[in-house]
Design a protein around this ligand. Structure first.
Ligand code: TYD
Length: 131
């Protein structure tokens, strides 16, 4: 699994600009953007996979740790810069841990919110990746 994507920044004395475009940095058409704020280090989130949804996550501020699992096994990735992203493909179990208090996690998604696309049971996820 290699979900980490490095993003180019355009920087000068005024600050940094990072662009995310469908078909360029983001390998799908973006149909939804959501972001998580007010996060805390002892309140992990996620703990699900999706049947079809593709997602692209960026810590636009702060940092967090992703635990991801696919058919090949489990791996951990840290997002600690606004120039890093994680691509979350379908049938990848993902958990987000260790949010810094200033963390703002922005997620671009290939589809609108659909609870039917979630696999929230770890056992059901394991069964789905085995078949
Ligand atoms: P969930 O995806 O379970 O959050 P996380 O993976 O960060 O722990 O979503 C939390 C709640 O928010 C759940 O009730 C569904 C709702 N929700 C929406 O209404 N729209 C969305 O785009 C998302 C991602 C979640």
């Amino acid at each position: 699994m290699s979900p980490l994507v490095e993003l180019a920044a355009v920087g000068d004395a005024r600050g940094r600009l990072v662009a995310l475009e469908a078909g360029r940095q983001v390998p799908f058409d973006i149909r939804r953007v959501y972001y998580l704020t007010g996060l805390s280090p002892d309140q992990p989130r996620g703990f699900h996979a999706h049947w079809h949804l593709r997602q692209f996550a960026v810590c636009v501020a702060g940092s967090c740790r992703f635990v991801m699992e696919d058919a090949e096994g489990r791996a951990e990735f840290r997002l600690s810069s606004a120039t890093q992203a994680i691509l979350i493909e379908p049938l990848v179990w993902h958990e987000m841990h260790d949010f810094s208090p200033d963390c703002v996690l922005m997620v671009l998604a290939s589809g609108v919110y659909d609870e039917a696309d979630y696999i929230r049971s770890y056992d059901a996820f394991r069964k789905a990746v085995r078949s």
